[in-house]
Write a protein that binds this ligand. Structure first.
Ligand code: COA
Length: 373
């Protein structure tokens, strides 16, 4: 007797699948919008706190609303003694910051007993508590592995300011804060990318916010997603000199090696964030004595475009922006996670508001009719 197996139309990587409706961010051709505002407009004119408000509330905040949110976030960013004691038990030596961050965010839920209450009001409050602590956690990890004392955030300061302050232990200069603020805005959301989808899948089982964001961090960590920015800087170091860049690309492509920071599932005519980051990378790398890395990047871009027809994505020039700011390479993806938590939260809220559990099918390709004797 023939054994029936499940067969369906497989869309590997879900490229052609529209998995949900969303009003958080949109990509149409080469235009990215958060809640209907273009990324160019937001990067030039909005603060990260205003962007968070916009993503969570689907409206432009008033000055009072964004200032209140900034105050709330800065106050809630402080870590309790209990949390610090626990975090001090986590290993940092030879540990990737994204692995540490994933564990730390998951652990935060242990002090937030109310997180299972999925009412809208409660989830907004949980979101503020979690969002606010992301820069604190990343900075905690960074200072601990450097053998330095943890620095608590200052109330009344923006997330970008506090992040720079906690990382270095020194009051940051306004230009650096502005660059960080713009980077946080540029990375905040990106429609149904891999980590936003993971976040939504976890939220769709009506699991709590911490579980959903922990899923997002795990997905972002991979080199095909957020982990690419760190790999871009490692590639620039491997190439080392401008005159070696074109040949390096030719050799990599001939060997079917993926060039990190290039290509995109959705953008085929260029990622608008890469254009903004490219001009930031040029001016920052020149003003900080790192022009060489920008020049190598530019040669790589020309070579990949002419040899493979692929354009840079968000991760390509963000690498030299962060490097020029003196940020260690393995902290690039955690910075992405800090920013993207705002978008993940907006996606989780949207999922809770209009939920149906994600449960696709898999086409069976294994053995059939086996018997256990
Ligand atoms: N370098 C070299 N070739 C690349 C490439 C890259 N960065 N990105 C895609 N390609 C090639 C693939 O090898 C494939 O070529 P083929 O048809 O000759 O086999 C083709 O382009 C399609 O790529 P594919 O991996 O199927 O595209 P995707 O939509 O599944 O993946 C990415 C999209 C972003 C994961 C992919 O472009 C990639 O791996 N980029 C590098 C990692 C990166 O920068 N990630 C950050 C994304 S924001």
């Amino acid at each position: 007797m023939a054994v029936e197996v499940y067969k369906g139309a497989v869309d590997k990587g879900l490229e052609g699948v529209v998995a949900c409706t969303t009003a958080v961010s949109s990509i149409v051709d080469a235009t990215l919008c958060y809640r209907g505002y273009t990324i160019e407009d937001l990067a030039a004119n909005a603060t990260f706190e205003e962007v968070i408000w916009l993503l969570w509330n689907n409206e432009h905040p008033t000055k009072d609303q964004s200032e209140k949110l900034m105050k709330e976030l800065s106050e809630s960013a402080v870590l309790s003694d209990q949390t610090i004691s626990f975090l001090n038990t986590l290993p940092v030596k030879d540990v990737h910051p994204m692995a540490w961050l994933r564990s730390a965010v998951s652990a935060l839920s242990l002090w937030d007993n109310n997180s299972q209450d999925l009412s809208k009001e409660n989830q907004r409050a949980v979101g503020v508590r979690l969002m606010s602590k992301m820069p604190t956690l990343v900075s905690f990890f960074h200072r601990k592995r450097e053998g330095k004392n943890f620095v608590q955030p200052k109330p009344g300061k923006t997330m970008a300011w506090n992040f720079m302050y906690m990382l270095s232990g020194e009051e940051p200069n306004p230009e650096a804060v502005k660059v960080m603020d713009t980077c946080l805005t540029l990375h905040a959301d990106h429609e149904l990318n891999c980590s936003a989808f993971s976040t939504r899948v976890t939220a769709s089982s009506l699991s709590d916010i911490y579980s959903a964001i922990t899923s997002g961090i795990g997905s972002l960590k991979g080199p095909l997603h957020g982990g690419a920015n760190e790999q871009v800087m490692r590639m620039l170091f491997e190439i080392g000199e401008e005159d070696k860049a074109a040949a390096w690309v030719e050799n990599a492509l001939a060997n079917k090696v993926k060039i990190m920071g290039f290509g995109h599932r959705v953008y085929k005519n260029g990622d608008p964030r890469a254009k903004i980051l490219k001009s930031m990378s040029k001016s920052l790398s020149e003003s900080t004595g790192n022009a060489k890395w920008y020049k190598i990047s530019d040669i790589i871009e020309q070579a990949v475009v002419s040899q493979k027809g692929l354009l840079p994505n968000v991760d390509f020039y963000s690498a030299t922006v962060y490097y020029s700011m003196g940020i260690p390479m393995d902290m690039f993806t955690p910075i992405f996670a800090v920013s993207r938590t705002s978008g993940w939260l907006a996606h989780a809220y949207e999922q809770y508001d209009n939920n149906r559990i994600y449960r696709p099918r898999g086409e069976w390709t294994g053995k059939v009719g086996q018997h256990w004797n």
